[in-house]
Write a protein that binds this ligand. Sequence first.
Ligand code: ATP
Length: 234
Amino acid sequence: MLELKGVYTFYGNIPALRDVNLVVNEGEIVSLIGANGAGKSTTLMTICGGIKTREGSITYNGKELHTMRPNEIVKLGISQVPEGRLIFPDLTVQENLDLGAFLRNDTAEIKRDINYIFTLFPILAQRCKQAGGTLSGGEQQMLAISRALMARPKLLLLDEPSLGLAPIIIKQIFNIIQKINADGTTVFLVEQNANQALKIAHRAYVMENCRITMEDRAENLLKDDAVRKAYLGI
Ligand code: ATP
């Protein structure tokens, strides 16, 4: 579904991605784990068109993404949940969700998707008229995921959904990510919380110093000594 081949990205003259190769197949949850500053968010931003590649190719179902604008990429069926949620704090929960459907005009289907979201996150139905900024961190993360789902993506990209959340909320959010995947959405997940990210993924990649250094089935990486030592604190 998504393929990065020999991707190089720079911030000015400083390399941020070096020869990144990765694949996400339809139906999978694929995680990208790595330490702070490894290049995970840059990978996600590059896929979404926020940062331009200098070399290499990014294709989605065979279409070249790296020449497209971010709104064209959303129209193809790719939505991003950015690091730090970036919800609109002064708009209500409902208005944040409406903005997620900005590029759609199929009113009946939009209503159906709102109902689907409220079954995933019943708390958002209760908070519907509340300003986004008054929600707890966990609820804001739920809203950010829901807003991305309102574009009805085939591929959902998540950047560090566990950031700043209590362990019990992280577990809840990761369970929902699995449910979203089981309901038919392919997921690419960037995470520093390697333990949770590997537990829910089918396959995963490890990133160090702007490069992919390992890739395998997530269950194998969870058992790998180097991964356990470096990322799981075991
Ligand atoms: P984190 O989990 O902390 O977000 P990350 O693995 O997502 O880390 P990136 O945010 O992709 O890492 O950063 C990769 C490298 O690029 C880091 O060295 C970072 O300092 C640098 N970097 C990120 N954004 C910029 C920017 N806008 N300008 C210059 N350098 C940047």
